[in-house]
Design a protein around this ligand. Structure first.
Ligand code: TRP
Ligand code: SF4
Length: 345
């Protein structure tokens, strides 16, 4: 590792085609991080098993589609290491070792654990793997000696747990010297979906990165607006309107100002306002569509990118594991060089 090199690791569960919320909420930031850090971007397919273990046959397509969208959004395989977690078995090894020193109580206290458990109660996910989700996530980060983890606010408790686990591990095995990760907080952009709730696949309110221009127009046309604006001449309140929230993300500042004024003064109707928004979204999506078409036609290259990424990842991960095994007296060399019989006799 270069002196002074700063590393970032982040991951996403393979969810297939991404939507505007994933793009603006995470990917835009990932793309920018590539200029300043050595980045590792991981498809968290083992994490996906916590809820998807009955449908593993879906994983290859979900992974492929998501990685195509990563590349379309501007992740650069020349600069960043892009790989599926399951191709680097060291993740499992380190997760097992970290699990040995992680008190159950710490895991049960993670807020997202309790919430998800309720949310997905019918789906039989109350498993050992599900409880251990944050331990595996800690391994993901520690393997690459990544100091920085770009996360949204909701993920901060996970990272806090990662820090505690790493600290405890280093306390027990000081020679391991795992890097304590820190959240790299960015102004988390949460996009509203078509219905005004947070854009999320589970709400069915998304605009995907693969919408055709016509689909963008017709879906935006169905968006909820300021409920107080019943008639065209009623003044609106852009601050409560999800259409306006998307304007702020996708439209030029001058357009945002015009829309705001036109809405408050009832000089701009919602239909026209939405047409402006569709235009802005389509313009933002055009370069993505182009790159996505390219990568869709080069599926084999996408596979090669992942192979190459996994090879690089494995090298880094194995270097970390050698240090960990040594620090825990689990390395073969230690056993061979032991001269005094310490057991039996
Ligand atoms: N839990 C993350 C998600 O939202 C995915 C993930 C797995 C991750 N390992 C990670 C994120 C390590 C950051 C760092 O799907
Ligand atoms: Fe929303 Fe635009 Fe209608 Fe105002 S004019 S309520 S911002 S859609």
């Amino acid at each position: 590792m270069d002196a002074g090199e700063q590393r970032v690791l982040s991951g996403m569960q393979p969810s297939g085609v991404l939507h505007l919320g994933n793009w603006q909420g995470a990917l835009v930031n990932w793309v920018q991080l590539q200029d300043r850090y050595r980045c590792f971007f991981m498809v968290a397919d083992w994490h996906a098993l916590t809820t998807l273990y009955q449908h593993t046959e879906e994983l290859p397509a979900l992974t492929r589609e998501m990685v195509i969208d990563w590349l379309a959004a501007g992740l650069d395989p020349e600069r960043s290491v892009i790989f599926p977690q399951s191709w680097v078995s060291q993740h499992a090894e380190l997760a097992l070792l970290l699990g040995m020193v992680t008190p159950l109580g710490w895991l049960e206290r993670v807020p997202s654990y309790k919430e998800k458990l309720k949310e997905l109660a019918q789906r039989e996910i109350h498993s050992y793997g599900f409880l251990g989700y944050p331990v595996l996530q800690t391994a993901d980060i520690a393997l690459y000696r990544a100091r920085w983890v770009p996360v949204g606010l909701d993920q901060v408790p996970h990272l806090e747990l990662s820090r505690e686990v790493v600290r405890r591990f280093n306390g027990l095995y000081p020679r391991a010297r795992l890097v304590e990760p820190e959240p790299l907080l960015t102004e988390a952009k949460v996009l509203p979906g078509l219905d005004g709730r947070k854009m999320s696949k589970s709400y069915g309110n998304t605009l995907s990165l693969r919408e055709t221009p016509e689909a963008v127009r017709s879906k935006v046309a169905t968006m909820v607006t300021d409920p107080a604006r019943v008639r065209r001449r009623d003044p609106g309140h852009p601050e409560v309107c999800p259409v306006f929230a998307l304007h702020r993300v996708f439209s030029a500042p001058a357009t945002v100002a015009e829309v705001e004024e036109g809405c408050r003064g009832a000089t701009l109707g919602c239909v026209d306002c939405k047409a402006l928004l569709s235009g802005a979204i389509n313009q933002a999506l055009d370069p993505i569509r182009e790159r996505r078409d390219y990568w869709s036609r080069h599926a084999q290259t996408v596979g090669e990118i992942l192979h190459h990424g996994a090879t690089q990842a494995r090298k880094e991960a194995e270097a970390t594991m050698q240090g960990v095994r040594e620090a825990m007296a689990l390395d073969p060399m230690r056993l061979m060089s032991e001269t005094q019989p310490s057991v039996g006799g």
